[in-house]
Design a binder for this molecule. Structure first.
Ligand code: P1T
Length: 393
């Protein structure tokens, strides 16, 4: 079956107990057993729950994975993958990452005696050069958050495989509709399902997808042992949201391309980051590796932090907010919001400057979105000319 069909049906046969067409919310913590060791496959909802099991099967089908595990957040999914490491192990990570991933690497994982080296995300050779005998994981986002650089998944997967390490791809920005890392040789996919997978900004969730049996066994053990699982209701909401992933992603891509083209021409915009633009350094890789260029657009102002503040205050359709991937458009200031946990010097070195903004382009009418950005940019220009004429007086 093709992607859009799997998104609606995989893991969601009619309910065996009642025939309900839509997977019910099994809002139960426990299951009555007939006798000792005799039950219908469910004992306790931290361990497994039918609504969560349907979600796990559906997400696995979308990533072409043998196994799926759902979590209570993207960070819970990330920490479950990291639980397979032991003191002395080494991680190589791309250097443009969600701030919370950097935070768990630096504040939780490193103090446990696991070392992490960051390499320029788009430089394939840098992953090879950073390998050590104790390297167990290579961890990348592609496209990266927030600078939208791409990692050549197939090439880095080969580097990992030849070394006996695993490549983990955080596929949150691309979604399996646009990119399937396991098909390209990656070992483990991580998602914040909070984002495009759910798509409606009303759930925090995460998932791990893999066909690596040992990784699955270890991460599933941790899922039950540590217990960072999603509720039946949240599992159901994500299962409902993901049904429309294909149509939503097509519209996100179309709208984002129009917005990137609009911003690229604007005099107040110094740098524009969108893999769909031919001038983007990874445009060719994006054409090869992705089925579309995604809904995220970042740009840097040719101006000051005060201009950024004027801009965000004037937005009417875009909401100034963390997160991404919902049907509604959001604007985020990474330096003070999503990437605030990265020390300022390190952040600036990576290019996440005070004048960088990240747009999660929603699926509203693109004309309205462009008009909104246009009037907020005009407000910045007006504030500047007032300041200039004031200074001249
Ligand atoms: O927020 P949570 O569901 O725990 O997911 C964490 C996470 C993991 N990976 C990526 C690529 C992410 O972007 C995130 C969360 N990111 C934001 C909240 C944000 O606005 O960037």
């Amino acid at each position: 079956m093709k992607f859009a069909t799997r998104a609606i049906h995989a893991g969601q046969e009619a309910d065996p107990a009642t025939g309900a067409t839509i997977t019910p919310i099994y809002q139960t913590s426990t299951y009555t057993q007939e006798g000792l060791g005799e039950h219908k496959g469910f004992e306790y909802s931290r361990t497994s729950n039918p609504t969560r099991a349907a979600l796990e099967a559906c997400l696995a089908a979308l990533e072409n994975a043998r196994y799926g595990l759902a979590f209570g957040s993207g960070m819970a999914a990330t920490s479950a993958v990291l639980s397979i490491l032991r003191p002395g192990d080494h991680i190589i990570a791309g250097d443009d990452l969600y701030g919370g991933t950097y935070r768990i690497f630096e504040r939780v994982i490193r103090p446990m005696g696991i070392t992490i080296d960051y390499v320029p995300a788009r430089e394939t050779g840098a992953y090879q050069a950073a390998l050590r005998p104790e390297t167990k994981l290579i961890w990348v986002e592609t496209p990266t958050n927030p600078l939208l650089a791409l990692v050549d998944i197939a090439a880095v997967a080969n580097i990992a495989r030849e070394h006996g390490a695993r490549l983990v791809v955080d596929n949150t920005f691309a979604t399996p509709y646009l990119q399937r890392p396991l098909d390209l040789g990656a070992h483990i996919v991580v998602h914040s399902t909070t984002k495009y997978i759910n798509g409606h900004s009303d759930v925090v969730g995460g998932a791990v997808l893999t066909s690596d049996e040992q990784a699955y066994t270890d991460i599933k053990f941790y899922q039950n042992a540590a217990g960072g699982v999603p509720s039946p209701f949240d599992s159901w909401l994500v299962l409902r949201g993901v049904k429309t992933l294909a149509v939503r992603m097509r519209q996100h891509c179309e709208n984002a391309m129009r917005i990137a083209e609009f911003l690229a021409e604007h005099t107040l915009v110094r740098d524009i980051y969108y893999p769909g633009l031919p001038a983007h350094p990874d445009h060719e890789l994006a054409q090869r590796q992705m089925a579309g260029f995604g809904g995220m657009v970042s740009f840097a102002f040719d101006g000051t932090r005060a201009d950024v503040d004027t801009f965000v205050r004037h937005l009417k359709v875009f909401a100034l907010a963390e997160s991404l991937g919902g049907v509604e458009s959001l604007c985020c200031h990474p330096a003070s919001m999503t990437h605030g946990s990265i020390p300022a010097e390190e952040r600036e070195r990576r290019g996440v400057t005070d004048t960088l903004l990240r747009l999660s382009v929603g699926i509203e009418d693109a004309d309205d979105l462009i008009a909104d950005l246009d009037q907020a940019l005009q407000a910045v220009a007006a504030t500047r000319s007032t300041a200039i004429s004031g200074a001249a007086r």
